[in-house]
Write a protein that binds this ligand. Structure first.
Ligand SMILES: NC(=O)c1ccc[n+]([C@@H]2O[C@H](COP(=O)([O-])OP(=O)(O)OC[C@H]3O[C@@H](n4cnc5c(N)ncnc54)[C@H](OP(=O)(O)O)[C@@H]3O)[C@@H](O)[C@H]2O)c1
Length: 252
């Protein structure tokens, strides 16, 4: 198994925790995200432990994604695991109140950016073959509807279906594909969703026990290091203290 992991959205939350988890096990890291200062800080912290290559990258820019992958130096061009993690939710209000730009940003990032990276990195994973893994970060929102999820949930349903479909095409190559679908996890996700409203973010996580970024990173590491003959198709992970609500009914 090639012990090199390519992580998108490594500057925060799940991606950053995954970088630390894989580093702990001696994997080389290719870390990307838009915030270069955070990538540099990670390289500073983890660079003593393992080889680290950082790329300031907006996943929405297909040409930049392809160029970054084409220019990967040794040994980072032999990728064992891709973690397609970059993503965001915006506009928690009802669909009818959302600015169209926010829908476009979510589609451009969670769908277009996601396929940009997959398309660019896939040849490297095929070269690796048996034991290579693509871990796509979906969400419970891709399976279960809830108010204010509109395009975000739909974009994560895309992640789920694309993951299943990739499995069909990659059959026989040894490359595995998993859709990991977390429930409520405390990261900067809600801060982004509320456009920097720290009080709203704190309120969401207050008085309960959300998943941590490290919880999800641990699952990612587990999936990537399973014996090569095992493929987890989809892993849905919720905090014990989160569940569904009854159906909503409109009454007179
Ligand atoms: N937290 C949750 O409750 C939860 C639950 C289910 C699924 N998820 C999913 O988990 C993934 C990670 O989210 P998180 O919770 O860790 O949130 P986070 O702390 O806000 O991290 C999001 C990461 O995505 C990167 N990103 C966003 N837009 C990007 C772009 N255009 N190009 C490149 N990178 C971009 C950010 O990096 P830069 O800003 O530096 O570019 C950041 O590193 C997302 O796909 C999210 O939808 C989160």
């Amino acid at each position: 198994m090639e012990k090199c992991v390519f992580i998108t959205g490594a500057t925060s939350g799940f991606g950053r925790a995954a970088a630390k988890r894989f580093a702990q096990a001696g994997w080389s890291l290719v870390l990307s995200g838009r915030r270069i200062e955070r990538l540099e800080a990670l390289k500073e912290t983890l660079g003593d432990q393992v080889p680290v290559h950082i790329i300031a990258l907006d996943v929405r820019d297909a040409e930049a994604v392809q160029a970054a992958v084409d220019q990967l130096p040794e040994p980072f061009n032999r990728i064992g695991t891709l973690i397609n993690n970059a993503g965001l939710a915006l506009a928690p209000q009802a669909a009818q109140k959302v600015d169209l730009k926010d829908w476009h940003t979510m589609i451009d990032t969670n769908v277009t950016g996601f396929v940009n990276v997959t398309h660019a990195v896939m040849p490297k994973l095929l070269e690796t073959g048996e034991g290579a893994t693509i871990i796509n970060v979906g969400s419970v929102a891709g399976q279960w509807p809830y108010p204010g999820s509109h395009v975000y949930g739909a974009s994560k349903a895309f992640v789920k279906q694309f993951s299943y479909n990739l499995r069909c095409d990659l059959l026989g190559t040894g490359v595995r594909v998993t859709d990991i679908a977390p429930g409520m996890a405390e990261t900067e996700f809600t801060l982004v969703r509320t456009r920097g409203d720290q009080a709203a973010s704190d309120a969401l996580y207050q008085g309960t026990t959300a998943l941590s970024a490290e919880d999800i990173a641990e699952q990612m590491f587990y999936i990537a290091t399973l014996p090569p003959h095992i493929n987890f198709n989809r892993v849905e992970v919720m905090p014990t203290r989160q569940a569904w609500s009854p159906f909503a009914v409109d009454r007179d």
